[in-house]
Structures are given as C-alpha cells and as structure tokens.
Design a protein around this ligand. Structure first.
Ligand SMILES: CC(C)(COP(=O)(O)OP(=O)(O)OC[C@H]1O[C@@H](n2cnc3c(N)ncnc32)[C@H](O)[C@@H]1OP(=O)(O)O)[C@@H](O)C(=O)NCCC(=O)NCCS
Length: 170
C-alpha cells in the first residue's frame, strides 16, 4: 500500500537493499542540517527497520521516493508522532541534495496528504519542523498546512508544528 505515482515520482516500501542509498541520504550533512547530526550507517539501517515495523503495524511509513525512471530521490511518508500529548499523523520528507529545489518534496508530500485522506480516512495531518528549516516549512505550507500552537514549541522553541484538517480538502 503506497500513494499513487505523481506526475514525476513513484513510491515503494524501503527494503534492506536500500541501505546504501539511505545511508548516503541520512549521512549527508546538508540533508541533516536540522537534525542533531548526520546518521552513521548503523542508524540508517535502524531507520529502515523502523519503517519496516511501521509497514507491518500500520500498513504505511516513510517510503522510498524515486523518479518514474527509477532514480533515488529520497524518502517521504507518514508516521505517528506526539503533538500536544496526543498521537498525530505526520508527513515527513528528505530529498537528496542533487534533487532539491525541483518541487519534489511538495509533490511527494501532497501525494501522502491525499493518501492519508482518501485511503486511510484520517482527519488531520501535521508536520514537525525545526524552527529554522524554512524549506521544510514552505513544503508544509504548500500542501495546505498552517501554524499550530503546541506545548513543546512553547517550552523551548525547539520545534514548530504545522497542521491541517483533511476533510473537505479534495
Ligand atoms: C525540506 C526539503 C525536503 C525540501 O525539498 P525540495 O524538494 O527541495 O522542496 P520543494 O522544491 O518541493 O520546495 C521547497 C520550497 O522551499 C522554498 N525554499 C527553499 N529554500 C528556502 C529558504 N531558505 N527560505 C524560504 N523558502 C525556501 C523553495 O523556494 C520552495 O518553495 P516555492 O516552490 O514556493 O518556491 C529538502 O530541503 C530536504 O530534504 N531538507 C533536508 C531534510 C529535512 O530537513 N527534512 C524535513 C524535516 S522536518
């Protein structure tokens, strides 16, 4: 179960065979600029395992995003996170630096939003973003999200949450 392909991108589940590609993506200091540190290979393997557990438990997670020709673009998908003391479905995205600035994250995130609404029947979607990560915030805004007050952001300013209601957005 994945979102349908878009005009330029397709989705598939991560496998252990994606470790080289995912280690390069998550080990890139530019891609991980707003995370504590780039991930070593072992953490990239754990990232793949986490998503495989999510596929098994929920039927979805972060998926591999590739061009229709099969070039690895990054990952994008849906995971459960905590916002204001409750579980919230989050759309997340990481795009290889060579493929950034082409609208791929917005295109993939919009497909995940539609999947959450139309296939999963979810009513709400969020994005949890480092306050200085303006490209990520812009992607969230481009798919229809607006700023959401959340307890943790107020506590230490460590994150910004954007969100949207999904009903009536199709
Ligand atoms: C965030 C990220 C996924 C965006 O991917 P992308 O494919 O380049 O995104 P898009 O091309 O769809 O859109 C990016 C938008 O941000 C805008 N943008 C880029 N740099 C910006 C900046 N410094 N300030 C404000 N907006 C900026 C772009 O102009 C574009 O908006 P526009 O279409 O209105 O012009 C990518 O930068 C990335 O992988 N970053 C590292 C991982 C990460 O931080 N993920 C998010 C974790 S919350």
């Amino acid at each position: 179960m994945t979102p349908d392909a878009t005009a330029r991108l397709r989705f598939r589940e991560m496998t252990d065979g994606d470790l080289d590609a995912m280690a390069e993506l998550l080990g890139d200091p530019q891609v991980m600029a707003y995370y504590p540190a780039p991930m070593p290979r072992g953490q990239a393997a754990a990232w793949i395992s986490w998503n495989q557990r999510n596929y098994a438990e929920h039927g979805y997670g972060l998926w591999i995003v590739e061009t229709l020709e099969g070039d690895f673009v990054g990952d994008c998908g849906l995971t459960w996170q905590q916002v204001n003391g409750a579980s919230a479905l989050e759309v997340g995205y990481h795009i290889r630096t060579v493929h950034q600035g082409l609208g791929y994250a917005s295109e993939a995130a919009a497909a995940c939003r539609d999947f959450a609404r139309d296939v999963l029947g979810e009513g709400r979607l969020v994005a949890i973003i480092h306050p200085e990560n303006l490209p990520s915030r812009r992607v969230a805004e481009k798919i229809g999200m607006v700023y959401v007050d959340d307890i943790e952001s107020g506590r230490d300013g460590a994150r910004t949450v954007l969100g949207m209601e999904l009903s009536g957005t199709s």
